[in-house]
Design a protein around this ligand. Structure first.
Ligand code: IZC
Ligand code: ZN
Length: 424
């Protein structure tokens, strides 16, 4: 047995979130976070070698002369957050929409007038590769400092074959160049470009974009903004069916603003996840549970649209739908990078318990990205993506909000962020 390279010890609490790697946590399993008091982790290379109490791991002989020790006393140790729904590759920003929003102009009305997503499409096309990567790297760095160690990133601000392929190529480059692991999703069907019909654009997505994306192997998932006034249920089904045939796994923006049968479609397609779901029907929720579709809930979007409508997470948990949480980080409806904020909103407005929210932001989020065998929990053999949080217990994490609770981020066994460095 080798000695540990890194030994994190004396954690007030260590939330392992263990036991859910084979299948997402559902129902009462979502509250099982495998908590260890006075917890410790032995890390060898980029992997977790052992998990237990500090005394157990010391007695087992993990700590040797070359072992670096990190004292987590007074802290909560948890898996790195997994953010399974983001649109962080974009040019510009949209603070100009804030006064319109405050005056009551609806999100889709701004889009219909050529603003919203379409204004970000223009800003993204205007930025050269380097500028776009620089802006995105800054957001990724913010995410890392807030505890996110793996994130999904969608294309969708290109809307032409060239620009969509460029976005996916840049996501691949950013994955190589940044500390976070990024998971690429093709979302050509994000908005219908000005001057085109939904039908013509859908043909472009199906006949040109999807085959090229599949051939280049640069996306794992395909997503569609299924919403009346954007892409209809029928169009969404056509696109996702073709995507599946080409080997891309389906995800769907479903039932966000109107109940349109998106949850039912996700179940029918056996989508990996259905996201948003504020207006999902009872039947849609039941069918998602039967089909094992993960509900990726985005409470920061509800909060930021200031509509006082949140997804019915309690009904979903009761029905056996596995629930995950994500930021939806994007310049229009959720301009934030903060998973800690999402955990707070998930508790306060989705009524998840702190334990359920943590499960949703770690192992269930990892399942929503097809990565649960490698990340999302603290178990021997898993990648060493670990947070030391300035919270004496789990309740404190969502309770104390609006500040960054992250003290230290370990990614693949290396300390990559420490709050202490900030003042130096
Ligand atoms: O830029 O507004 N909802 N897509 C669907 C978004 C929000 C992103 C945006
Ligand atoms: Zn989204």
């Amino acid at each position: 047995m080798p000695y540990a390279d890194l030994f994190i010890h004396s954690a007030s609490y260590l939330a392992t979130v263990r036991g859910h790697s084979g299948a997402p946590a559902r129902g009462t399993e979502m509250a099982e976070v495998g908590m260890i008091e006075d917890g410790a982790l032995a890390i060898v290379g980029d992997k977790i070698a052992a998990v237990g109490t500090t005394a157990e791991l010391e007695q087992a002989g993990w700590v040797g002369p070359g072992t670096v020790r990190l004292n987590a006393s007074g802290k909560l140790v948890a898996p790195g957050f997994v953010d399974p729904h983001t649109h962080v590759l974009y040019g510009g920003s949209r603070e100009n929409e804030l006064p319109l929003k405050l005056a009551g102009v609806p999100y889709l009305e701004i889009l219909k007038q050529g603003g919203g997503i379409l204004s970000t499409v223009r800003a993204t096309a205007a930025a050269d590769d380097e500028a776009l990567k620089e802006q995105t790297k800054k957001r990724l760095q913010t995410m890392l400092s807030l505890g996110t160690t793996t994130a999904e990133v969608k294309s969708g601000y290109g809307l032409t074959p060239d620009q969509e392929l460029r976005a996916l190529r840049l996501i691949a480059e950013l994955n190589e160049e940044s500390v976070l692991d990024l998971v690429p999703t093709f979302m050509g069907a994000h908005a219908v470009p000005s001057g085109m019909s939904e039908e013509d654009f859908t043909e472009l997505v199906i006949r040109q974009m999807l085959p090229q994306v599949a051939e280049q192997g640069i996306a794992e998932f395909c997503d569609v903004f299924c919403e009346p006034g954007v892409f209809s249920l029928e169009t969404s089904e056509r696109i996702l069916t073709r995507a599946k045939e080409l080997g891309l796994k389906p995800k769907i923006h479903a039932d966000e603003l109107e109940a349109a049968g998106g949850a039912e479609l996700a179940a029918r397609l056996r989508a990996v996840s259905a996201d948003h779901l504020l207006q999902a029907s009872d039947r849609g929720i039941e069918e998602m549970a039967e089909a094992g579709v993960i509900a990726v809930l985005l409470p920061a979007t509800s909060f930021n649209l200031a509509k006082n409508t949140y997804a019915r997470a309690r009904e979903m948990v009761a029905a056996g739908v596995p629930v995950a949480l994500a930021t939806d980080s994007n310049p229009g409806s959720s301009p934030t990078e903060s998973m800690p904020l999402v955990l707070t909103l998930g508790c306060l407005y989705l009524k998840l318990s702190p334990a359920e929210a943590l499960t949703a932001a770690t192992i269930n989020a990892a399942h929503a990205l097809g990565r649960a065998e490698r990340i999302g929990s603290l178990e021997a053999g898993k990648q060493a993506d670990i947070l030391m949080l300035d919270a004496p217990n789990l309740n404190y994490l969502p309770y104390h909000f609006g500040n960054n609770p992250v003290a230290t981020v370990v990614k693949k066994g290396k300390v990559v962020y420490s709050a202490e460095y900030r003042s130096q």
